[in-house]
Structure formats: structure tokens, C-alpha cells
Design a protein around this ligand. Sequence first.
Ligand code: ZN
Length: 501
Amino acid sequence: MASFSDVLATANAIADLESASSILSWDQETYMPSGGAPWRAEQLATLSTIAHRLRTSREFKELLDELSIEARNGAASLEPWQAAIVRETSKDVERSLKLPEEHVGELARETARGHETWKEARRQSNFSVFAPSLGRLVKLKREEADYLGYDADPYDALIDLYEPGMTMTVLRPVLERLRAGTFELLDRVRAAATAIDDSPLYQRYDGDKQLAFARQIIDALGYDFGRGRVDLAAHPFCTTFAVDDVRLTTRILENDLRSCLFGLIHEAGHGMYEQGIDPRLARTLAGSGVSMGIHESQSLFWENMIGRSYPFWTWAYPQLQSTFPETLANVGLDQFYRAINVVKPSLIRIEADDLTYNLHISIRMEIENALINGVLDVPDVPARWNALYEEYLGIAPSNDAEGCLQDIHWSFAGFGYFPSYTIGKLYAAMFYEDARRAIPDLEEQISRGRFNELLAWLRSSIHFHGKGVPAAELVNQVSGRGLTEEPFLAHNRRKIDLLYT
Ligand code: ZN
């Protein structure tokens, strides 16, 4: 007779191996000398091989199957959090078993190679250097979709890796309405007489002071430094070693005030999510954010819904001014607020504003979907990319580096990941409406730098559940509806009405 504690022992061991891998990866991005790279690759491969062996062992599968039947029958012996661990672990094991070992190995080799050819292609700004790798990666991911299974669209199987349960059938109509609404708002911006001067953001700002200020802000928001830390890295990210050790990285640009500050608020949003998960789920596959879309909703909630809001800067701006008196003394709160909310079509996704960002995602999704469905050939990617930028944003890249080579995602075969960003934005705006309903004086609290009631609401509504409640169900619990573009468009419409007249 299988017992929960038998399952938990192996589940803990798998989670520990993954945490150890995370530590190695974090170190690689922060402190490791470049000479360590090939050794680190071997160390990571060894850990993932051991984890894969544990996942796919016969005994573990039998234990899980037995307990899964109990969990599905609602056996009284399993508490809901225990049933969640069994369910999430089973799902993970089943997925591992569906993928043949040769496929996993080949994909690992191709992504390692793909990453190198992508870097080189980007350096030369020449897509054809990356194209053969991309072709092999597309083929492998198409095969993976077949191994994993899908109903209508092979791309659904890949979205499901990041946003379990989400399909193009659900997503497509939402994104079409979002795009139409975005075009309408962009027309208003273009027609407006107002030109916003955002040059104050691009003066020289001392790096140490930027970091100290950003740390002070995320501390006030509720990121727990007793159970986390911040280091510098080329690409900002959040990584979890344990529920009580959730780390962030950021980068500093001395001539761009946005990068360190908004980057760190964003990562702290991810971090606060991970720090708030039910500790009983810790050291298992259920003890992390439920989906990439929900994860992004938490980072974007803090970065955009709070961090780019007027109430927030009513509180924070005097502190920022006193940190940089020589640059900001003559820049008023209103001017600063306008500057951080500029809407301007641009070529680079990570520099895009809140509104036009989704168009960058739409373009990537359309191309990925066409590649995975075999209706677009790899050599035609740059032309399709440029045509879509012209059509959606009214601008076209002049070379591949600022076009289809700008993102790392395809080099690690992350097809299906991009939708999470837009899903996260839409959820963030939905949750903000819910938070305002739950906390009637929310904006008043924010304008006084009080975030504890808001964080407590996010904790109990979202964070605490970890993977205990599936993403779509969680959204329904919190918002009483499924994914919708309306709150996001309404939020941006209000801003544009205010800023562009
Ligand atoms: Zn993020």
C-alpha cells in the first residue's frame, strides 16, 4: 500500500536536485568566471540526468498511480495540499515518460548548439547563421508536440508547457480583440497634439544610488530580504532555491533610470509570489508558481499596475528626487509620471511600453504557430517578421539583430513561452480590478506607501496556493471570470485619455 510519505521522499529528492541546479545556474549568471562554463554544463547535465532517473523509475510511478487514484476519489487520507503534490508530481512524471530519452538528449544538444549559433548570428546580424539550428529546433519541438499530444493545434502542446490548460482556441479571440483595441488606442496617441518629453529618464544616474533606491522600494513593497537577496547579472531574473531563499538579479544602466528600478520591481513581484507559497508544498513540484502567465501577472502587477501609477509616485517621487537632486530637482511629479508612461511603437520588445508590448508578442506567436504548423519555412522568418512589424507597429527593423534575432527564446527552443507575457499582462489588470474591489481605499494606501494589505490580499488569493489550484481555476476564484482583455484595455485607455489630449 502506497503511502504519501513514500511519494514525498522522492518528490523532495527531485525538487532538491532542481534547486541545486538553480543554484548552479544562478552562480553561472552572477559570479562564475567564464572558464567555468564547460564544467558547469557537465555538472548541470549530471544533476538533470539523476532527476530524470528518479522521475521515471518504475517504483515511483507505481506509488504515484496508486495515490493518484486515491486523490481522484477524494480519499479522506489525503489533505488537499497532499493531493495537489500527488497530482502535480504525477503530471510531471507522465510528461517525462512520454518523451523518449533520445529526444531529450537531442534537444539538449541542439539547444546548447542553438544558443551558440544564435549569439554568433546576432553578433553578425545575419539570420542565416542561426537558420539551420532553428530548423532543427522547430522539427524537434514539432515532434515533442506529437509525443505530448494535443487536440486542435500542435502549438497548444507547447503553450501547455508554460500555461497548463491554455489553448489557441481560448487565446486567439482574446488576442484579436486586444489587438483591435490596441490599434484604436495607438491611433488616439498618434492623433494627439501632446508630445511627452521623457528625456529626464535618460540623464546620468549613479549606479550605486540607483540600486540602493530600487532595493529600498522593493523592501517597502514587501519583498523579504531575510529570505532573499539581490545581485547583478546581465539579464534580470528571479530564482528560487527554497521558499525561504528566493533571489533576484538586476542590471544597472547609468543613462537609463528605468532599467534597474522597474526591472527590480518586476523581479520582486516574481519573488514575493514565490516567498508567499504554502510552506507545506515546499520541496515538491507543487511548491512554485502555478503557470508562467500567473507568474508574469504578479511581476507585471507590481511593475505596471503599481509601479507606473500616479498614487505610487505620489509617495515615491520625493524620495527619488532627494536621491538624485542634481538631475530631478526641476522635474515635477507630473512630468516624471508622463515620462514613465510614454506610448511609443518601437522595435525592441524588452524596451516596449505596456500597451504596444503585446503587439511584439502577437508577432512572435504568429510566427511560432506558423513554424510549428509547418506553414512557414525557417528561411522566410525575417521577411515575415519585418512585414508584421510594419503592419502592426508601423516600423520595420533595418537588420536581423534588431529584428528576429533579438530574443533568446528560440535559441533554447522556448516555443510557446511568449504568450505568457501577454497572458500575464491581462491577468495583472484583472487582478488589479479585483484588488480595488477588495480594498476600497487601495490607491489611498498606495499613495502613503502602504502595501501590506495589498500584499496580504495577493498572498491569500494567489500566492499561497502555489500549484495547488490550477491556473484557470485560480483566476476564476479570484476574478469570477476567465481571461479577458477588457481590464487591460480600460486601464490603458484611462492613461491615454489623461496623458494624450
Ligand atoms: Zn517576468
